[in-house]
Design a protein around this ligand. Structure first.
Ligand code: UGA
Length: 452
């Protein structure tokens, strides 16, 4: 398959990983078939509608439905037989005990095994615990139903290329990767994988050796889990230090800047606040803790990381309760629902935990988020204590406090004199440490950040 210029790729699972990956490769010139078992998703994508928000995906979808570089299908058997390379991008949710549920991957592997009739490379992109690629390889090499001889074994190679795309920046990250980790147990596949990414290297003016890290499949799987667990560790570390700053009246932003100036530490992921959320960091941390347990390795450091993060909501709520003890009669403007800006993702968002706790105390909440309000209504529903605002100032009318729960840049740009006028009591609880304390207090507000 070396150096083919007209390869067809089939991407199985068209969610936050699969769809940007499929469209990214289509934009690089490959023929891509996107496959999903959810027929309504397939139907909506075929019409050019993306069922979730991800910057840039919408326009790439329209562009490549038109260019015919991207087609969508729910017929996995057909897709397998059209394609040279099969990408596994299905979800790996977590079980209650924190371990990763890889059943969607296993089921897909059985389906692929039954459809494969000629040589394929199967690329595992879903985030998985170590040894999943080996499980896929074993499934693919088992005899098909009603067949005595091993079938797919000689036809299939399994490669692990973990994805490091951030939600909200998935397309940007696809075209500007910091590294492409490739786990292979057979180094003769190297050339084909380099060929797959060659149009990207040409587009961005990089060489294969600038970006590609070749390793074995287990190391590639661990790299993904370790990267997200390290990011979570960095965040819980800085959040722990911010608690000290809060107690002694120091400033966590100055501490972050001071330690981040050392390139061995680095400035990113040092913003203290109400903690990390989303679908990836919490889940991958749990799954990595489970891998430690399964393999008899002490990962207790990561259990502490998780505890610090779980406690962020309590720290934030105590600050509100210390200032306004009787929450029952209070009304708050909630600025931000998403787990981070530029996404409508609210799964594991600290904002949702905070909202639930405040509702338990009968506080009235008026919510505003630039993107996530429809998803909130859909997934969480509403209550008589909750209403929705048309903009941040509207959310704050007659409120006792503004709660900043997502660091959307537009929250920084609000007219503070207008905000001051509409609020009952001008107090800001900045859960993302995003406003300038001096500026806000000089504008007449009482201001509470987390360690600033
Ligand atoms: C994360 C990783 O950053 C990606 O590299 C990875 O590919 C992805 O998971 C995945 O596994 O699919 P993502 O979940 O999109 O990406 O979110 P991040 O941008 O990493 O943010 C995670 C959380 O940390 C957010 O809640 C954010 O608000 C919080 N955060 C981030 C802080 O509280 N402070 C910071 O300084 C940075």
């Amino acid at each position: 398959m070396n150096h083919k210029t007209n390869m067809t790729l089939a991407v199985f699972g068209l969610g936050h990983v699969g769809l940007p990956t499929a469209l990214g490769f289509a934009d690089l010139g490959w023929n891509v078939i996107g496959v999903d078992s959810d027929r309504s998703k397939v139907e909506s994508l075929t019409k050019g509608h993306v069922p979730f928000f991800e910057d840039g995906v919408d326009s790439l979808l329209k562009k490549h439905l038109k260019s015919d570089k991207f087609v969508v299908s729910s017929d996995s058997n057909w897709a397998v037989n059209q394609a040279d390379i099969l990408f596994i991008c299905v979800a790996t949710p977590e079980y209650k005990d924190g371990s990763a549920d890889i059943s969607q991957i296993e089921n897909l592997a059985y389906q692929l095994r039954d459809s494969i009739k000629s040589y394929k490379i199967v690329i595992q992109k879903s985030t998985t615990p170590v040894n999943t690629a080996e499980k896929i390889r074993i499934i693919l090499s088992q005899p098909k139903e009603n067949e005595e001889v091993q079938s797919a074994d000689k036809f299939v190679d399994v490669v692990v290329i973990p994805e490091f795309l951030r939600e909200g920046k998935a397309i940007e990250d696809f075209f500007n990767p910091q590294r492409i980790v490739v786990g292979l147990d057979d180094m003769s596949l190297k050339e084909t994988i380099i060929n797959l990414y060659m149009p990207l290297f040409q587009k961005i003016g990089k060489e294969e050796q600038d970006l590609m890290i070749f390793t074995d499949t287990r190391s590639a799987e661990i790299s993904k889990n370790a990267a997200n667990s390290f990011l979570a560790t960095k965040l819980s570390f800085i959040n722990m230090v911010s608690d000290l700053c809060l107690k002694v009246g120091a400033n966590i932003d100055s501490v972050s800047r001071s330690i981040g100036a050392d390139p061995r530490i680095g400035t990113d992921f040092l913003k203290a606040g109400i903690g990390y959320g989303g679908e990836c960091l919490p889940k991958d941390l749990n799954s990595f803790i489970d891998s430690g347990k399964t393999n008899g390795v002490n990962f207790s450091i990561l259990e502490e990381v998780q505890k610090v993060n779980d406690n962020r909501v309590t720290v934030y709520l105590s600050q509100i309760k210390d200032t306004l003890p009787n929450l029952k009669d209070m009304s708050f403007a909630v600025w931000g629902l998403a787990f981070k800006p530029n996404t409508d993702e609210i799964r594991n968002s600290p904002a949702i935990n905070i909202i639930n706790k405040l509702i338990e105390e009968y506080a009235k909440l008026r919510l505003y988020d630039p993107l996530a309000m429809p998803v909130f209504k859909n997934q969480i529903g509403t209550s008589e204590l909750i209403s929705f605002a048309s903009d941040p100032i509207d959310a704050a009318v007659d409120s006792n406090g503004v709660l900043i729960l997502t660091d959307w840049p537009q929250f920084k740009e609000q007219d503070l004199s207008k905000l001051f006028q509409v609020m009952k009591t001008p107090i800001i609880f900045d859960g993302r440490n995003m406003l300038d304390r001096d500026f806000v207090t000089e504008s007449g507000f009482e201001y509470y950040g987390l360690g600033i």
